[in-house]
Design a protein around this ligand. Structure first.
Ligand SMILES: NC(=O)c1ccc[n+]([C@@H]2O[C@H](COP(=O)([O-])OP(=O)(O)OC[C@H]3O[C@@H](n4cnc5c(N)ncnc54)[C@H](O)[C@@H]3O)[C@@H](O)[C@H]2O)c1
Length: 326
């Protein structure tokens, strides 16, 4: 007879929009439960604790020290990710930290050191790659079943109103971070990049609401990134979120538009079922593979570091109006 496994207790640091998807994910993860949360604004913490039927902690230190909390999800704004990741790891708790995981390569390097020193998993919140179809695409590319890889497109066109967008950095950090880890996961490192950005629909907010990049990969293939908060794509077969890989002997596609529910989804005008599904798969991997069995995430902190280097090269290309080598 096997002994039943203890349910893994989860604590959330930060209870903004993304915590709603993570709470659903934990609820859908057999063998895990949400113990409680802390949020900087106590009123929001109380409301979310009631919504998620969990405890409200008075401070983040109290949350990470609680013996019922076995692992921590860092769901605050980018600027505070390192601070709370450090706090949780030093308290002996494995961490899943939302993307972009750090504000600089130095911050991610510190996360790598902390994870090595404590011997604890620290998993980047790279949710898209936990979609099975992206893993399948990666395997086809790696095995050469698509022939010689020629091109990869990662496209994102989801309107975000200014009041939502101003909670985030511009789309280069906020959205092209997804594109960067997806491309690295599918097709490997980038050799050089050329990028542009614009601000087209905000009244006051100054950060970019659209950015595009052309990239040359070390394997010789070319890639195209687009990230836009400026407008939804309403045309036939829309590029809402689309990842396409084309090779000389085959091609693959992943699209948010394969599953659409006609109701608002957080900041989105419709609910793209794949969004929640990717977060659910990510949280399951964190709990079942990393926390329970000490296994690795599908992309590591080292991959997050490479993705951050690519983001910084994109910013540098925009600033210089030139192609930048990595
Ligand atoms: N994986 C994805 O697809 C995805 C989607 C959206 C957001 N995110 C990421 O999740 C994180 C949170 O985003 P969100 O949409 O929930 O934003 P949000 O603005 O709704 O919530 C941010 C939370 O951070 C807290 N916060 C802000 N400044 C703080 C500070 N100085 N100290 C402590 N707490 C502070 C706020 O109280 C709030 O609860 C961000 O890193 C974002 O990039 C990821």
């Amino acid at each position: 007879m096997t002994t039943p496994k203890k349910s893994v207790g989860i604590g959330f640091i930060g209870a903004g929009d993304i915590s709603v998807l993570h709470a659903q994910a934990v609820a859908r993860c057999p063998g895990a439960h949400l113990v409680g949360l802390w949020n900087r604004t106590a009123e929001r913490a109380a409301a979310r604790a009631e919504e998620f039927s969990c405890r409200q902690f008075a401070t983040p230190d109290e949350l990470v020290a609680d013996p019922d909390v076995d692992a921590v999800l860092v769901l605050t704004n980018l600027e505070t990710h390192l601070e709370y990741t450090r706090m949780a790891l030093r308290a002996g708790k494995p961490v899943l930290v939302e993307k972009p995981i750090g504000a600089s390569t130095a911050e991610i390097e510190e996360m790598i050191r902390l994870s090595e020193e404590t011997g604890l998993p620290c998993m980047p919140g790279h949710n898209y790659i936990y979609e099975e179809s992206l893993s399948r695409s990666r395997d086809l590319i790696a095995a050469g079943d698509l022939g010689k890889l020629t091109s990869v497109y990662v496209m994102y066109n989801i309107h975000h109103p200014e009041e939502v967008a101003r909670r985030y950095p511009g789309v280069i950090r906020q959205i092209l971070t997804h594109h960067s880890y997806i491309l690295l996961f599918l097709a490997g490192p980038v050799r050089r990049v050329s990028a542009m950005k614009a601000t087209l629909h905000y009244e006051e907010y100054k950060e970019e609401d659209i950015a595009m990049a052309l990239l040359e990969l070390e394997n010789g293939a070319l890639a195209h990134f687009c990230a836009s908060f400026a407008a939804d794509d309403h045309a036939a077969d829309p590029w809402t979120v689309m990842v396409k890989a084309i090779g000389t002997a085959g091609s693959t596609r992943y699209s948010y538009r394969d599953w659409v529910e006609i109701k608002p989804g957080l900041a989105h005008s419709q609910t793209y079922t794949a969004y929640q599904a990717s977060i659910t798969n990510e949280v399951r991997h964190f709990i079942d593979v990393c926390v329970r069995n000490g296994g690795a995430p599908l992309t590591t902190l080292e991959d997050a570091l490479q993705a951050q280097r690519l983001i910084e090269a994109i910013e540098s290309s925009v600033a210089q109006g030139a192609t930048v080598e990595l």
